[in-house]
Design a binder for this molecule. Structure first.
Ligand SMILES: [Zn+2]
Length: 205
């Protein structure tokens, strides 16, 4: 999609995206005690720039998290599609699938498709959907060249910010692959996803 490229307008898009992303999270400081707690120990990680690209309203469930359900997990996915094709899937009401975020391979660009307060349909498990934020990564499980420095760094900053906002421990018990969701039928992010590297980046963010 055109907003991907390193065009002169991209910086502007990212700036407006950052504003929309914060608004899209649908949370205020008053409703996020975990964030205040994290700040007492160490300043919370700031969200990286995100671009609001809403999914079809048929592809997620409106909720009021973390009041309705606690957010306990970040689920890591690989799309098995290009970013634009996955975006079209999230926008197609017939698909009944979505993720909160998707990170582009080439430059770490982050689209947000579902507000964090709402339940995206990404994990194939109702309980885990209720209690997680889903992050898709553009690429294929058998094509490690899609897992670029930019993708890892951008995604790790996003995951760190999510963990700080909701008080999710930055451990592999709480930051999990789709394949680790109970009864998962998917294998993503697959054997080429570098968990050691990713977790080090999350903790360093
Ligand atoms: Zn997945």
């Amino acid at each position: 999609m055109e907003t991907h490229g390193r065009t002169p307008s991209r910086r502007t898009l990212l700036r407006s995206g950052a504003y929309l992303g914060a608004a899209a999270a649908g949370l205020t400081a008053a409703t996020t005690p975990a964030r205040a707690d994290a700040r007492r120990v160490r300043a919370a990680v700031a969200y990286p720039p995100t671009h609001w690209i809403p999914a079809s309203t048929s592809n997620y469930r409106v909720s009021s998290r973390p009041t309705s359900y606690p957010i306990d997990f970040v689920v890591i996915h690989v799309t098995q599609e290009t970013f634009p094709d996955a975006m079209k899937i999230f926008q197609d009401p017939a698909k009944q699938v979505s993720a909160h975020y998707m990170v582009a391979s080439a430059d770490g660009y982050i689209g947000q498709f579902v507000r964090e307060k709402d339940v995206a349909w990404h994990a194939g498990n109702r309980d885990y959907n209720n209690r997680s934020i889903g992050i898709e990564h553009e690429g294929w499980v058998d094509k490690p060249e899609y897992f670029t420095d930019a993708l890892y760094e951008s995604s790790a900053t996003l995951t760190a910010a999510i963990c700080d906002r909701y008080g999710v421990p930055k451990t592999r018990t709480h930051i999990i692959g789709h394949n680790e969701v109970p009864n998962a039928t998917h294998t993503d992010p697959g054997k080429y996803w570098d968990w050691d590297r990713y977790m080090a980046l999350v903790k360093a963010a």
